[in-house]
Design a protein around this ligand. Structure first.
Ligand code: B12
Length: 230
């Protein structure tokens, strides 16, 4: 199989929610065919760049899944099966995305804000930022404001990343930033936000330093910030 075809096949299997060859998937008669685990391993063996497998193979396909959900073709369990397939692929890719023995360039606290359970995008940013040499403190999903503030304080983090995928939860980002200001932490902590419903306009509206469209943008931004607050 050509590399491009292999990536397409991985993406297609994500949409089918198939982790391993024995999985049935959404369509009929797929059992026994290689799925995400086997195909990601094959792509790595063939020397395809891990970041290409991550973007073109695993995560771009979530847009297709989102569209199917919107049209009513997929229900929540289907969306979840696809998310789990991405997670399984990411588990295989993670060691290849991380660089060992790099001195920490600074601490980066990251969380999906309160009320929001979406973590694929956050996990990608987490892994990629770690791979770029930062010490990442990942607080998980549905994280209350107080817990985020406590972590920033405890780790004296110069960087904070916030993720939200729902229009209803993105407003909780503002609360985090307001609280950072109230506790006198805003001068020492730069905040980047991300997630599909967020935008540069929203970032400036709530007082975040930057909106990043993806993990690569986050790394570029971090590089311009050096060790933290200028
Ligand atoms: C998978 C998924 C789920 C899974 C999540 C599993 C998981 N472990 O994450 C499950 C099934 C649990 C789920 C549940 C729900 N979901 Co949902 N879900 C999705 C879906 C299909 C994909 C999201 C995703 O992972 N995308 C892939 C990743 C890689 O992209 P990303 O998250 O945007 O991240 C990238 C960038 O945005 C950026 N980024 C993200 N975060 C951050 C943070 C920082 C600091 C930085 C720098 C960058 C950054 O970098 C990332 C990497 O490039 C989207 C559709 C879509 N197209 O987004 C709907 C979607 C987000 N869900 C939606 C809805 C409505 C729900 C539910 C409310 C459904 C329900 N009725 O219960 C619940 C809410 C649960 C909750 N309280 O959070 C809607 C949201 C609508 C809206 N405008 O608010 C969407 C858009 C689907 C739709 N089209 O209707 N969902």
């Amino acid at each position: 199989m050509e590399n491009a075809e292999l990536l397409q096949k991985i993406a297609w299997n994500v949409v089918q929610g198939r982790i391993e060859a024995e999985d049935e998937g959404f369509d009929e008669g797929l059992e026994g065919q290689p799925a995400v685990t086997e195909l990601v391993t094959e792509a790595l063996d063939k020397g395809v760049a891990p970041a290409d497998i991550l973007v073109a193979g695993l995560t771009d396909s979530m847009t297709v899944v989102g569209d199917k959900f919107e049209k009513g073709e997929y229900l929540i369990p289907d969306m979840l099966a696809a998310a789990e397939a991405v997670g399984a692929g990411m588990d295989i890719l993670t060691p290849h995305l991380l660089r060992d023995g790099v001195e920490s360039k600074g601490r980066f606290v990251i969380a999906t804000v309160a009320g929001d359970l979406h973590d694929i995008g956050k996990n990608i940013v987490s892994i990629m930022v770690k791979g770029a040499g930062y010490e990442v403190i990942d607080l998980g999903v549905d994280v209350p404001v107080a817990k985020i503030i406590a972590a920033v304080k405890e780790h004296q983090a110069p960087f904070l990343g916030l993720s939200a995928l729902l229009t209803t939860t993105m407003r909780n980002m503002r609360e985090v930033i307001d609280q950072l200001k109230a506790e006198g932490l805003a001068d020492n902590t730069r905040v980047c936000i991300g997630g599909a419903p967020t935008s540069p306009e929203f970032a400036s509206e709530i007082g975040a330093d930057v909106h990043c469209a993806d993990a690569f943008a986050a790394i570029d931004w971090l590089k311009t910030r050096g060790a933290g607050v200028a």
